[in-house]
Write a protein of this length. Structure first.
Length: 161
C-alpha cells in the first residue's frame, strides 16, 4: 500500500488570507460610516443656517422701516429689549435691535456656534427701497477645528424688500 501524503497547514493559510481581506473590508466600511456621519452633520448645520437666514429676512421684511438699524446692529450683538417680548411698549427701532440680539443668540449657540451679518448688496441711494437687495451671511465651524476661518462653510442668501 501506498501511503498518502497529506498537505498540512494549507487550510490555515486560506483562513489567514480570508481574515486579512475581511479586515480590509471592515476598515473600508468603517471609513465610509465615519464619512457619512460627518457629511450628515454638515448637512444638518447647513439646514440650521438656512432656517436662521430666512428667519432674519422675515424679521427685516416685517419691520422694513428699520433696515438701517438691522444692518448696523448685525455687526455687533444687538440689544436685548425685554419690553419687545409682548405687544405693547416696543418701538420699531427697539424691535430691530432686539431681533438682531435674538438672531445672534440663535446663531452663536449650539449646534451652529457661528457668526452672521446683514449687508446691503445693491440699490443703495436709489429713490425707492423696492429695488434694494440685502445679503445675509452665516459662517460656522464646519471642520470643527475650533475657529471660523475661510476653510469653513458658510451660507449666503440675498433678498429684496
Amino acid at each position: 500500500m501506498r501511503s498518502i501524503k497529506r498537505k498540512q497547514g494549507f487550510t490555515l493559510i486560506e483562513i489567514l488570507i480570508a481574515m486579512v481581506i475581511m479586515a480590509f473590508g471592515l476598515l473600508g466600511l468603517a471609513g465610509l460610516q465615519a464619512s457619512g456621519l460627518k457629511q450628515n452633520q454638515s448637512a444638518y448645520l447647513r439646514s440650521q443656517a438656512t432656517a436662521l437666514a430666512y428667519d432674519l429676512a422675515d424679521r427685516v421684511r416685517a419691520n422694513r422701516s428699520q433696515i438701517a438699524t438691522y444692518i448696523a446692529a448685525s455687526s455687533g450683538t444687538g440689544t436685548q429689549a425685554t419690553n419687545c417680548l409682548n405687544t405693547t411698549g416696543c418701538s420699531a427701532l427697539l424691535m430691530a435691535a432686539h431681533d438682531i440680539y435674538e438672531w445672534k443668540l440663535m446663531i452663536g449657540s449650539p449646534p451652529l456656534n457661528g457668526t452672521g451679518s446683514l449687508t446691503q448688496a445693491s440699490g443703495a441711494g436709489t429713490s425707492t427701497t423696492s429695488d434694494d437687495v440685502y445679503t445675509i451671511t452665516i459662517n460656522w465651524d464646519d471642520d470643527r477645528d475650533g475657529d471660523i476661518d475661510t476653510n469653513d462653510a458658510n451660507f449666503t442668501v440675498s433678498f429684496g424688500l
